[in-house]
Each structure stands twice: as structure tokens, then as C-alpha cells.
Design a protein around this ligand. Structure first.
Ligand code: ASP
Ligand code: MG
Length: 405
């Protein structure tokens, strides 16, 4: 008998009919003799609606109340799934994050899971109950409801699997697994059978929307194998697991893109020590993380300092940056929301030269201008004009031999 954690995303939970389908899958695994913890997301579109309501109330909704609001979507789906299972004759019980409890820090809307005492859930499992846990939400030490960031149910599932030492963590979604790139924009995209945590981290952080980044960080830290698969068929999905030799044989494993960032540039910054730190610390004090950074001095004593943030943080980041710019006597601030980041990822890159060159040349052949570049051991990312995203992804997919054909 195994302990199985399954997570179903918003699309899988998107209607009563789909929830019935989820219940049937859960029941099947349970009937095969497994203990089951099921983590679910809000029904698709619900969290977006809640976020929109908050933004209608005021420009910067209160952080604590924002979490109370957006956590409510998952409350609906746990109840519906548990009801459905009970109506089929199974013992099932829904749990809010706080009822488990999933204890987090107090950073509202981006909380991190600190600890999951599992006594209550274990007692229910022992009794043959299917435990249905609300993803995305937790509780801080002061008893406030917190949420884990958009897509956070993945992290809830992996964290439950780690805490309970589950045998399997299956993440059910609306695609068959992790693809070499987004099949919606590149019809040659192929499903990847096995991918390392590090590659997945890059692909996730680079905008491949299958798994939330933090869920992969968690999985890597606690060595949880994740099986990403579809809730609409029985196909084998993608295993996200420890790196091995097969993975190194492939130069580039995937192409990711992210249209969810915006660029801010502080122009004519005095070129002296401490300025970059000043700009970045003001942003991090506001809990805004900066992704790419470029600073360039081209003679004289002024420099431009350019960085990207998520579109969600953009308004706040721009306001803060403008204040600092005045303070440090920069000549101006410019911003651009129509950018995208395109990246190539692969552990095989570590041992091969010329990968970046090939990427830049491929883009140049299409007349695509590169605005920013950043690299790590296993990826190269560029910022380009958003309107070339699809083209860039397709030509890179082809150039690095990822096409299925
Ligand atoms: N419902 C939340 C969201 O839409 C969490 C999740 O789906 O994982 O972001
Ligand atoms: Mg998701």
C-alpha cells in the first residue's frame, strides 16, 4: 500500500462534470489500495475573477485581505470534490490550508511554507478517509490566512508529499506533461519523458506554465519525484527528478518564453558605487523581485540601469523607481511592457561551447533584435520585442533539433 498525493489544477476542476471525472480518478487509485491526499486548485478562471474584484476596489488592495479573498476559490473546490466522493460512497474530508495546518511565513500573496504538522491528516488516512486539501493557501503563526503565489497549488502538493513522505506525487494538468516548448505556438513540440529539477526550475521560472517554480525548488530540496500528467487521459507524463547521464547527452532540452515581464530603465544614473544597491534594495524592501539586470557604462560618468520585473509588480516597481531616480538625480525613467523573454535550457550546455552563439545567430537571421541577455550554467535568456515571441520560439526549437519529426 502506497501513499499517493495527487494534485488537480484549475482546468481539471473546471466544471461539475470535470470534478466528477477527478473524483473517479481519485477513487480508482484509492480502490487500488492506496492512501490518498488530493490537493486541488480553484475552478479555472475563479482566482482571476477574485483578483479582478480586488483591483476594482482600489489600486493597491490591502495585502492581508487580498489573501483572504483569493484563498476562497480553493474553498469551493475542496468542498465540491469531497461531496462528490462522498456521494459515490467514499469516506472523504475537505481541509482548508489552516486546518491541515500548512504553516507559512507572513509574506501575503507570496508566502513560503515553513512546516506541515501531519498528525490530523495521518489520523484520517488511517481511518480510510480520502483527504482533500485546498492548494494555494496556508496560515501564518499569527493565524492569518496566506496564499503561496499564483499557481501555488503545485507547491502545496509537493510540500504535502514531502511532509507525508508520500511514495508518489502526481500533478494532473490539462497537458500530457512538460514539452520541449509550448505546443500552442509550435506544433512540433514534443513531450519530454524525464527532466532534471534544475532544468525544470529554469523552464518553470522562464514561463513554462506547467509547474510553479517553488514546487520544483521544494521537490529538489526534499527529493520528491513529480509526475506531471494529464487528467484527461492515461498517458505517461513527464517525470521531474534527479539529474542523470541521459539528460546530459541532450544539448538543449527546451525553449521557454515569458510574456509576463516588463522592463524598467533608469537613465543617466551617476556612475558611482552604491547606486545599483540603492535601487534594488528599495524594490526588495517592497518584496518585489527583479529578474534580469543590465548596467552599461559607455564612457562619460553616466550609466543606464535596466531591469525586468513581473507585470504584476510593474506598477509598484515603477512608482518606487521613479522616486529613487529623483533622489539619485538620474535623468529619467523609461518603461516598456511589451517585451518577452525567450530562453534555451539544458544541462548539456555545461559541457558544450557555442550554444549562445547559435541562439543569437538564429535570432539575427530573422531580424530579431536582442535587448537584454542573461545566462547561467544551463540556460541563455534574451529579452526581445513581445511581438516576435512566437517566431523566436519556433526558429530556436528548430535550430536546436527539438522538433518531433
Ligand atoms: N488558484 C490559484 C491560481 O489560480 C492557485 C493554483 O491554481 O495553483 O493561481
Ligand atoms: Mg498551475
Amino acid at each position: 500500500m502506497a501513499l499517493v498525493v495527487q494534485k488537480y489544477g484549475g482546468t481539471s476542476m473546471g466544471s461539475i462534470e470535470r470534478i466528477r471525472n477527478v473524483a473517479k480518478r481519485v477513487a480508482k487509485t484509492y480502490d487500488a489500495g492506496n492512501d490518498m491526499v488530493v490537493v486541488v486548485s480553484a475552478m479555472s478562471g475563479e482566482t482571476n475573477k477574485l483578483v479582478a474584484l480586488a483591483n476594482e476596489v482600489c489600486e493597491f488592495p490591502d495585502n492581508r485581505e487580498y489573501d483572504v479573498l483569493v484563498a476562497s476559490g480553493e474553498q469551493v473546490s475542496i468542498a465540491l470534490l469531497a461531496m462528490c466522493l462522498k456521494s459515490m460512497g467514499y469516506k472523504a474530508k475537505s481541509y482548508h490550508g489552516w486546518q491541515v495546518p500548512i504553516i507559512t511565513d507572513s509574506v501575503f500573496s507570496k508566502a513560503r511554507i515553513e512546516e506541515i504538522p501531519d498528525a490530523k491528516v495521518r489520523a484520517d488516512l488511517k481511518d480510510g478517509t480520502i483527504v482533500v486539501v485546498a492548494g494555494f493557501q496556508g496560515i501564518d503563526k499569527d493565524g492569518n490566512v496566506t496564499t503561496l503565489g499564483r499557481g501555488g497549488s503545485d507547491t502545496s502538493a509537493v510540500a504535502m508529499a514531502a511532509a507525508m513522505k508520500a511514495d508518489v506525487c502526481e500533478i494532473y494538468t490539462d497537458v500530457d506533461g512538460v514539452y520541449t516548448t509550448d505546443p500552442n505556438i509550435c506544433e512540433d513540440a514534443r513531450k519530454i519523458d524525464k527532466i532534471s529539477y534544475d532544468e525544470m526550475l529554469e523552464l518553470a521560472s522562464l514561463g513554462a506554465k506547467v509547474l510553479q517554480i517553488r514546487s520544483v525548488e521544494f521537490a529538489k530540496k526534499y527529493n520528491v519525484d513529480i509526475h506531471v500528467r494529464s487528467s484527461f487521459n492515461d498517458n505517461q507524463g513527464t517525470m521531474v527528478t534527479k539529474e542523470d547521464k541521459d539528460m546530459e547527452a541532450v544539448l538543449v532540452s527546451g525553449i521557454a518564453y515569458d510574456k509576463n515581464e516588463a522592463k524598467i530603465a533608469v537613465l543617466g544614473v551617476p556612475d558611482k558605487p552604491g547606486i545599483a544597491a540603492k535601487i534594488l534594495s528599495s524594490l526588495s524592501d517592497a518584496n518585489i523581485s527583479v529578474d534580469m539586470i543590465v548596467q552599461n557604462v559607455s564612457g562619460g560618468d553616466l550609466t543606464d540601469f535596466t531591469f525586468t520585473v513581473t507585470k504584476a509588480d510593474f506598477k509598484k516597481a515603477l512608482a518606487i523607481t521613479k522616486e529613487i531616480a529623483t533622489e539619485i538625480k538620474a535623468t529619467g525613467v523609461s518603461a516598456d511592457e511589451s517585451i518577452s523573454k525567450v530562453s534555451i535550457v539544458g544541462v548539456g550546455m555545461r559541457s558544450h561551447a557555442g550554444v549562445a552563439t547559435k541562439m543569437f545567430q538564429t535570432l539575427a537571421n530573422e531580424g530579431i533584435n536582442i535587448q537584454m541577455i542573461s545566462t547561467s550554467e544551463i540556460k541563455v535568456s534574451v529579452v526581445i520585442d513581445a511581438k516576435y515571441t512566437e517566431l523566436a520560439v519556433r526558429v530556436l526549437h528548430e535550430a536546436f533539433g527539438l522538433s518531433g519529426k
